[in-house]
Design a protein. Structure first.
Length: 243
């Protein structure tokens, strides 16, 4: 399957960074929004972990949270099927009509939208300008803000999401101790023990006129090693062991 060519857009042209937006709008209130794309992520509490991260950010920066919205839907869908996002926008518009400064806040840009051709084997693909413009139309003038920089790349966004899960699940990551898939360590061979175990056979076979090749095949001792043993220790071994 061929991947269509396109030019990705710069997210910061459409999405605000929380740090900068907060400085420009010190009295603004936030509506938290988190999106996941499958039920497994819901069961693994990915939504809850992202919400916890956003709550912590708002607490540290004294941002009032007026509502929270979450949904399980693909980020490729930029239409009215994004029911929870639409509800967040409607609430924001209502508060704006009342004179309040309000914005939507999520963790990273990919929580808002994905490229139309995003899938597991094409996860580095980024949204185009047309897709950002369509999403802003859906936002209906409500500022969209992210906790991390909007231009954060796909790899770093994934890494950040993983760290969020590890932090709130108290899981440092990596292979657990004593896991069954851990490769067993190779036992170090003791040259002296190897020599003591195989030396009698090597000497006995050589005494009977066996070739170096046959000795190697039977005992596993290389030709050079066997010759060295014979040269250095044959007489001593013959006297002590009666070969």
């Amino acid at each position: 399957m061929s991947i269509p060519k396109f030019k990705p857009a710069k997210a910061s042209e459409f999405i605000h960074w929380c740090k900068d937006y907060r400085q420009e709008h010190p009295d603004a209130v936030a509506i938290l929004y988190v999106r996941v794309s499958n039920t497994r992520q819901v069961y693994e509490e990915n939504i809850l972990n992202h919400l916890k991260a956003l709550r912590n950010v708002c607490r540290r920066r004294n941002i009032q949270v007026v509502a929270e919205f979450t949904e399980n839907i693909s980020g490729r869908k930029i239409n009215l099927k994004r029911t929870e996002f639409i509800k967040a926008i409607e609430l924001a518009r209502k508060l704006m009509r009342q004179g309040k400064d309000v914005f939507i806040l999520t963790t990273t840009t990919d929580r808002y939208l994905r490229n139309e051709h995003y899938y597991k084997t094409n996860w580095k693909v980024l949204p185009t300008r047309a897709e950002y413009e369509s999403f802003l139309e859906l936002a209906d003038g409500v500022p969209l803000v992210t906790y991390k920089r909007p231009d954060l790349g796909p790899r770093k966004s994934r890494s950040f999401a993983t760290r969020i899960g590890q932090h709130f699940k108290n899981n440092r990551g990596g292979r657990p101790k004593g896991s069954k898939d851990k490769k067993p360590r190779k036992k170090k061979t003791n040259p002296k023990r190897q020599r003591l175990d195989k030396l009698p056979n090597v000497f006995a076979m050589r005494e009977k006129g066996a070739s170096w090749g046959l000795i190697k095949e039977v005992t596993g001792v290389k030709k050079g090693t066997a010759q060295n043993w014979i040269r250095k220790g044959y007489k001593h071994w013959k006297k002590s062991d009666g070969l």
